[in-house]
Design a protein around this ligand. Structure first.
Ligand SMILES: [Zn+2]
Length: 81
């Protein structure tokens, strides 16, 4: 059993992701369509361990620009201050 990573928290919004990977039922994260582009921006340490919550998947699908601004702003430096 590994408990080193807090896999119940979404890597983006830090909310409870309701992942059911530890239950008997398959979690939606194993069936949900998560864009490759989204998994690509999950911090490497959390990739394949933390489930991305439904809110973040929806936000990414609907408003990718807003999502990126909200969650990976630190990766980008504003061109003009
Ligand atoms: Zn989330």
């Amino acid at each position: 059993m590994q408990n080193s990573v807090n896999a119940i928290l979404c890597p983006f919004c830090k909310g409870i992701n309701n992942c059911m990977v530890n239950s008997n039922n398959a979690c939606r994260c194993s069936t949900a369509k998560i864009p490759n582009e989204l998994t690509a921006i999950v911090p490497a340490a959390l990739r394949r361990t933390s489930c991305i919550c439904e809110n973040c998947i929806n936000l990414f699908n609907n408003k990718p620009d807003q999502f990126k601004r909200q969650y990976i702003l630190t990766s980008y430096k504003k061109q003009s201050a």
